[in-house]
Design a binder for this molecule. Structure first.
Ligand SMILES: C[S@@+](CC[C@H](N)C(=O)[O-])C[C@H]1O[C@@H](n2cnc3c(N)ncnc32)[C@H](O)[C@@H]1O
Length: 572
């Protein structure tokens, strides 16, 4: 038992967890959200267990004594300090509301609201997978909300609007249900020109699922071999929702002719980009696409190739039964055969392809984790062939590193190797005819080690394109590395709507209430204006934000998408 001090005795040495902190979990991590300040703390489950020791008042010295060296180099005392700083621990009996008056109210990021005719305001929220909710503010409350401008202290607002009114509103607006306000010790002008000093919670949200450390099952760390294969094989039930909500791709945003592509679709622009680089052969073409989503890229590519005079035979290899069915329906009028199968373990439907297309698929293939200790990176006596032989005993990651002499001296600890993507490049070499070309795109960098993205509903790692280039060269490919934006000749300066998944769902709900259907695409300011025309005055809704599309477009960062163009040379 952790309670050394009976509740209510107010021992001056005791601390207790703030009852206004809520816990959440997502992909092996837990998070604390402070419902009165908006602070967000990410931690591992063992640190949350430590905080739980204070669910009833407890003496921190005794709790820390029990945790001794439990957190490696960091002492338990240092966590007490952090929890005090972020008001997650407090002395029992503290009235937390006493502490808010010197704070500044800062509007939360990614809020969706509608101004009402009576002067009130309605917020729409749809955090994570939680249902859409409407939160109504009266005209008087909306006036206080507007005065929370990122500079004014709450004490000043209390003087003008009343302490009880401001208190009630702050409690509602900051709470994780709404997240329309954060409290900051300094005004936002303090961070002008020193953005790097701004604490991340001011621009972060909490979209994850609630987690009760007392009653929910323990949070499991992610597997050593990160692979969403089972997810694609079984989990996709609704094809449209998959791309509109779960996992939007760049090609999905540009599935229809778009001004930033000069009126072309993504697939048209892809064919133009490949042709401009001399990578599309002459005459009839045999094409394989692996992982074809809704089939929109396939349609545009086929129609574009046909318009250039090519006769096309197009195979698709697709893991998800739901998406395979959808592709058959979508492409029924085109020369397409859809094969359901897995890219690494099943036989590919044909051989001697002229063109292989894999758009944002290889990130879904497995990656394997390795530590410096396993690789014996610090063992200076292990060099040359002995080092390579040791690596080859370490499972798929070590084998790939050894086979292609992938340099790992600069690897973080632990590190991931995109073993599935490497195998995919090997299979691509086998499946292409001499002179054939593979286009393989994904989120990643030439020199950055794979990083786990956790904003999706399944784990996915970015691609280390440098490793794939090494593999491609070793296999005999003539490889090229390009930014997808450059290949499709996207207008980098065009501006588009910036969203997160939760924000987009909330905005969809707000517009649906006015009879407007907002689907997921690359919305520019003009396209939004056309959509709202006659239904909604854009001035009455917020918070619509447009960024340069190369930096952010809907929830994506287009400049982070890269592609390998791999040409298999002809003999001689
Ligand atoms: C992120 S989506 C991209 C879809 C499409 N290419 C696009 O650009 O919108 C990944 C696609 O690859 C498929 N996929 C994922 N893992 C696969 C695997 N191991 N074998 C074959 N297809 C796979 C998914 O079902 C889905 O169609």
């Amino acid at each position: 038992m952790s309670a050394e001090v009976a509740p209510g005795t107010h021992d001056p040495r005791a601390l207790v967890r703030s009852p206004r902190t809520s816990t959440f979990a997502h992909m092996g991590e837990v998070y604390l959200y402070h419902d009165l300040y908006g602070f967000i703390l990410k931690m591992s489950p063992d640190i949350l267990a430590f905080l739980q020791e204070f669910r009833t008042p407890a003496d921190p010295e005794r709790v820390c004594g029990r945790y001794g060296n439990a957190f490696g180099e960091q002492t338990p005392e240092s966590f007490v300090g952090i929890f005090l700083q972020f008001k997650c621990l407090m002395t029992p009996g503290t009235d937390e509301l006493d502490g808010i008056w010197e704070m500044v109210g800062v509007p939360g990021p990614w809020n969706v609201w509608r101004r009402e005719a009576d002067g009130g305001l309605t917020f729409f929220t749809a955090w994570g997978e939680r249902p859409v909710r409407e939160h109504r503010l009266s005209a008087a409350e909306a006036a206080i909300w507007r005065a929370m401008d990122g500079e004014t202290r709450l004490s000043a607002l209390a003087g003008e609007h009343g302490m009880a009114e401001v208190t009630a509103l702050v409690e509602r607006l900051v709470h994780h249900d709404l997240q329309a306000l954060k409290l900051s010790g300094v005004g936002l002008s303090f961070f002008k020109g020193r953005q790097h000093m701004q604490p991340p919670y001011l621009t972060s949200t909490m979209p994850y699922a609630s987690y009760d450390p007392e009653s929910d099952p323990p949070v499991e760390p992610l597997d050593d071999l990160a692979s969403p294969e089972a997810y694609y094989r079984h989990a996709i039930a609704d094809a449209d929702a998959q791309f509109d909500h779960q996992e939007t791709t760049l090609s999905h945003l540009f599935r229809d002719p778009h001004p930033a592509l000069g009126g072309r679709r993504y697939g048209d622009a892809l064919v133009d980009g490949l042709a401009a680089r001399g990578l599309i052969g002459e005459g009839p073409l045999r094409v394989l696409e692996v992982g074809a989503g809704l089939g929109k890229v396939a349609r545009a590519v086929i129609e574009s190739l046909q318009a250039r005079g090519h006769e096309v035979r197009y195979d698709i290899l697709e893991l998800s039964p739901t998406l395979a069915t959808r592709q058959r329906e979508e492409l029924a009028d085109l020369p397409v055969t859809v094969h359901q199968g897995e890219a690494l373990t099943d036989a590919w439907p044909g051989e001697a392809y002229d063109l292989l297309i894999s758009n944002e698929m290889i990130g879904d293939l497995p990656a394997a984790r390795m530590t410096h200790e396993e690789a014996r990176l610090d063992d200076e006596s292990l060099v040359g062939d002995a080092f390579q032989s040791h690596l080859a005993t370490l499972g798929p990651a070590g084998e790939a590193v050894a086979r292609y002499t992938i340099p790992i001296g600069d690897a973080p600890d632990p590190f991931y190797i995109n073993v599935g993507a490497i195998r995919f490049v090997e299979r691509a070499f086998e499946a292409l005819r001499p002179g054939g070309v593979a286009f393989i795109s994904e989120f990643g960098e030439m020199g950055r080690w794979p990083v786990l993205s956790t904003q999706l509903d399944h784990p996915e790692l970015s691609i280390h394109f440098g490793h794939l280039m090494t593999v491609a060269k070793a296999l005999g490919f003539e490889p090229d590395f390009v930014f997808v934006m450059d290949l499709i000749d996207m207008d980098r300066d065009a501006r588009g709507l910036a969203t997160t998944r939760s924000y987009f769902r909330a905005l969809q709900a707000l517009l649906a209430a006015s009879g407007v259907t907002l689907d997921k695409r690359a919305w520019t300011e003009d396209l939004v204006a056309d959509l709202l025309e006659g239904h909604v005055d854009p001035e009455t809704i917020g918070d619509l934000r447009y960024d340069k599309i190369e930096d952010r477009l809907m929830g994506l960062v287009p400049h982070e998408f890269k592609a390998l163009l791999l040409r298999k040379p002809e003999p001689g």
